[in-house]
Design a protein around this ligand. Structure first.
Ligand code: KDO
Length: 325
């Protein structure tokens, strides 16, 4: 009978454990993203989003692509293996080509323009497609910043022609490679986590990212110049599994939405402030930081998109609507 008791107790513990785990698992929101823990987007998710939803959900952030490799988070959500991520238009474009419009150089003008675009009616179809095709609900737009070309060698870059033959690391998807080519460089795909070493060893000649990222990832330690091309006012989206979202009550959904918007706003303000102060920081580190011939970059890059298959995949009139906002 003792043995029976032990077994019964063990079974009860297992059962209780199972219930409480099941409960915790229901309400745990696991986010995986390629952002580092000190990146303002991660900071905002941890400090703003997490506490705002803590009454009914436990936010758990996994940074530096520690759960899923960069570029595979959307599939993880689609398969039901992940609850949340910080995704990009370039990643979405792999499944929904129309998103490539936001990967095109010199389309978004600034952080506020991104917000207006994300809230516009014409985004509804795109958001719906992400939900239906990928089980991904886009909650808010996050501002990553203006991407600039950052190089190991110190030579003058005035126009795209000066980037000829430059092996420029771009993130690993077709939309990014196209942008690298449009800039006049020789793009090479690589995950973010490998970029520092690649710059250090000379496996690549340069990379492109916003100034706050260059600082956070310490790229200034292994490069000599930043050319302020501003070729992409880059964004990310806070994304949640639609299936997970549907399990919450309408009140909880409203709280989640507000928490996401507040986190995005907090990160946006911090990124903007950093962008404004970092030019001096990099100069102090001994880097050259200067503006190239922006007109030449803009015309070349825009021309490359308009003469490509990309623009053919963009819904009719969408570019005009974005420009008009
Ligand atoms: C990058 O790989 O260069 C990039 O900037 C692309 C963005 O979409 C974003 O994923 C970001 O990396 C990571 O979050 C690292 O900051």
């Amino acid at each position: 009978p003792k043995l029976k008791q032990v077994f019964t107790a063990a079974a009860m513990v297992v059962a209780m454990g199972a219930t409480s785990f099941a409960h915790a698992a229901d309400t745990k929101l696991r986010m995986s993203a390629s952002a580092s823990a000190t990146d303002q987007r991660a900071v905002a998710m941890t400090e703003v989003f997490g506490p705002a939803v803590s009454d009914f959900a436990e936010f758990e952030g996994h940074w530096n692509s520690s759960l899923f490799k960069q570029g595979t988070d959307l599939e993880a959500i689609a398969r039901g293996n992940l609850d949340m991520t910080i995704t990009s238009a370039q990643e979405l474009a792999e499944f929904i080509p129309a998103f490539s419009i936001f990967s095109a150089g010199y389309v978004h003008r600034d952080a506020e323009h991104q917000k207006r675009v994300f809230a516009a009616d014409f985004m509804d179809d795109l958001k719906e497609e992400a939900e239906e095709l990928l089980n991904v609900k886009l909650l808010s737009v996050m501002y990553l910043g203006r991407r600039h070309v950052n190089l190991r060698e110190d030579f003058e870059v005035a126009t795209p022609a000066d980037l000829k033959g430059v092996k420029l690391r771009m993130p690993g998807s077709d939309a990014w490679q196209f942008l690298g080519k449009a800039l006049g460089a020789n793009p090479t795909p690589m995950a973010f986590a490998e970029v520092y070493t690649a710059l250090q060893t000379g496996a690549v000649d340069g990379q492109d990212n916003p100034l706050p990222t260059d600082k956070d990832a310490k790229f200034y330690e292994v490069t000599k110049q930043i050319v302020l091309t501003g070729h992409l006012v880059d964004l990310n989206y806070i994304a949640i599994s639609k299936k997970v979202w549907d399990k919450f009550t309408p009140e909880q959904q409203a709280t989640l939405q507000k928490a996401s918007d507040d986190a995005a706003e907090s990160a946006r303000q911090k990124q903007l402030a950093l962008e404004a102060e970092l030019v001096q920081f990099f100069k102090d580190q001994g880097l050259k930081v200067y503006e190239p011939n922006l007109k030449a970059f803009q015309e070349t890059v825009q021309g490359a998109y308009l003469n490509s298959d990309y623009s053919e995949q963009w819904p009719e009139g969408l570019l005009e609507k974005i420009n008009a906002l």
